[in-house]
Ligand binder design. Structure first.
Ligand code: NI
Length: 154
């Protein structure tokens, strides 16, 4: 027997929400200085590898970080995760620790790490992960310049 349209619609509804996984993304901005340098290697090796990014007296970027959380809209709230909460988590776990800082010297969770965009994406994932209490952390994207960004998906 063919299902009625109403019966099919009903299967797509959870409480006051529709079924279906969606991706919720929040972006934050910060400015920071860094230098790409591997202290285990020679000055020549570092200069060759990193070019102007190895400049001894640092340089800066206007970073973006985008955190995406996946899940189905909650049947009561319509939210996957409360974006006001996600904003607060990103600010406390990343922005307040990195904004107007030197990523090589000032950020405890980056100590000993080359602050490449790749490493920032992974480090930020670990900063954020414990606080994602609704949905599941899908990705952390860090944008260093208009042309360069890195995404980590755990
Ligand atoms: Ni740089």
């Amino acid at each position: 027997m063919a299902e009625t349209a109403a019966a099919i619609d009903k299967k797509r509804i959870r409480g006051r929400s529709l079924k279906g996984e969606v991706l919720v993304t929040r972006r934050a901005y910060f400015n920071a200085a860094h230098r790409l340098d591997n202290p285990d290697k020679s000055e020549d090796w570092n200069r060759e590898m990193y070019g102007c990014c190895n400049s001894a007296h640092w340089h800066g970027h206007n970073y973006w970080v985008e955190v995406s959380v996946a899940g189905e809209p909650d049947p009561e709230t319509g939210y996957v995760i409360d974006l006001a909460y996600l904003k607060k988590v990103i600010n406390e776990a990343i922005v307040e620790k990195c904004d107007h800082k030197n990523l090589n010297l000032d950020v405890d969770f980056l100590e000993g790490i080359i602050p490449s965009t790749e490493n920032l994406a992974v480090a930020f994932w670990h900063q954020i992960k414990p606080y994602i209490n609704q949905g599941r952390l899908h990705s952390v994207r860090v944008r260093e310049t208009d042309c360069n960004s890195v995404e980590f998906r755990g």
